[in-house]
Design a protein around this ligand. Structure first.
Ligand code: MTE
Ligand code: MO
Length: 386
């Protein structure tokens, strides 16, 4: 058996890897390595600021503790803009109406009796890394539910129906043109987007009933879309023939950036929707003289991930081929040979299968953006060696 501390890079370069050994090495990180006895994690010198809005953001991923590809339910980040409803399933129903032939009203039992489907999907809040206290708004779960498209087909969307609006039970006051009004949390999708076969009306998370925090009894799961589109505590679906312009669709979760030229600036406002390519260093694992940088990449199909130490060259990381799924993060690792004692920076960048590169923070798309949504720039962490 090979010495497990031998670096995968050296080992593969030597060309002697058998399939079994590869599987073993892969597995060590695929299991996402609950640390081996002699290993320890070096804490990052840079740490997020204290969370000033615990009523909105109740939990975050702790990067130094990232040791499983699937995020356990009790460690999953949670965002709620209008409080945290606790819903009794027997007092709850899902209605589907508006521009349909056949309005529906379904209990949780009805939904669970329908065909079920699973998807492993990394959810990220589009505000993640956009605020000094918000670095852990991402997690991966296997979501179970019934596909949305057949349900919409059963409701019989009328010819003129073009927009599917999803409402949560939770509500809050918004002020529009000086008029205060109570509004439910709502988000919409164009009918074609809503009909995507991967979209689920989800009632289970990692094999357990959906936790209250994550939307019990029912939430929308729309793989490939930012967190905000995945409406929790869902109880109403409406088909409209106009675009929905609710608060979290058209006023908040809107990205604003300056384009054009100095003399003719253009302010561009766009809706937060599909996920963007991103990666982050998770932690530095250390044992004796060996140092390994581990991280994750998500938001688009990943081709490769590069790591840069200090101002050095970009170097290719190893992708974990063991645990991958179309909509889930890919774990990567990099063997850091002989780091000099002292403080270092570590940056990662992901490249997707179409060749798109995760942008540097000074990329104009990021640098000219004044809102914190869609902060998918390269992330740099600081660590002390020795
Ligand atoms: N009903 C409802 N759904 C919601 C929200 C909300 O406030 N109310 N927040 C959204 C946002 S902004 C995010 S990032 C995700 C977070 O999902 P999680 O709490 O399960 O991690 O839920 C989304 N769904
Ligand atoms: Mo979010």
């Amino acid at each position: 058996m090979q010495n497990p501390t031998v670096s995968r890079r050296t080992f593969l370069a030597a060309g002697g890897a058998t399939v079994a050994t590869l599987a073993l090495l892969n597995n060590r990180f695929a299991e996402a390595a609950p640390l081996q006895q002699d290993e320890e994690v070096l804490p990052w010198l840079d740490q997020p600021a204290e969370n000033p809005v615990p009523q909105v953001l109740d939990k975050q991923l702790l990067w130094e503790e990232l040791d499983s590809w699937i995020t356990p339910n009790d460690e999953f980040f949670g965002v709620a803009h209008y409080g945290w409803p606790e819903i009794a399933a027997d007092e709850w129903q899902l209605t589907v109406d508006g521009l349909v032939d056949n309005p529906l009203s379904l209990t949780l039992e009805d939904l669970m009796a329908r065909p079920s489907q699973e998807i492993t999907f990394t959810i990220e809040c589009s505000g993640n890394h956009g605020l000094p206290f918000f670095h852990g708004g991402v997690g991966t779960a296997t979501w179970t539910g019934t596909p949305l498209a057949p349900l919409l087909a059963e409701a019989g969307v009328l010819e003129e129906g073009s927009e599917v609006v999803f409402f949560g039970v939770d509500k809050g006051e918004v002020v529009v043109r000086e008029t205060p009004m109570m509004q439910h949390f709502g988000r919409s999708m164009a009918l074609d987007d809503a009909l995507h076969p991967d979209n689920l009306l989800c009632y289970a998370m990692n094999g357990e009933p959906l936790p209250a925090r994550n939307g019990y009894p029912l939430r929308l799961i729309v793989p490939g879309w930012y967190g905000v589109a995945n409406v929790k505590w869902l109880d109403r679906i409406e088909i409209w023939d106009t675009r929905y312009a609710g608060h979290f669709m058209a006023r908040d979760y809107v990205t604003i950036r300056q384009e054009g030229t100095e003399s003719d600036p253009r302010w561009v406002e766009s809706l937060v929707g599909r996920t963007l390519l991103k990666s982050a260093p998770a932690r530095v694992v250390h044992s004796g003289d060996s140092y390994r940088i581990e991280g994750a990449a998500w938001g688009a199909p990943i081709r490769f991930v590069d790591v840069r130490i200090d101002d050095g060259p970009w170097q290719r990381a190893w992708l974990d081929r063991g645990q991958r799924a179309e909509y889930a993060w890919t774990f990567w690792s990099f063997d850091w040979a002989d780091p000099e004692p002292g403080e270092h920076t570590i940056t990662s960048r992901a490249v997707d299968t179409s060749g798109k590169v995760q942008p540097a923070p000074d990329d104009p798309r990021l640098a000219n953006k004044i809102t914190y949504w869609e902060s998918n720039g390269q992330i740099t962490r600081r660590v002390q060696i020795g």
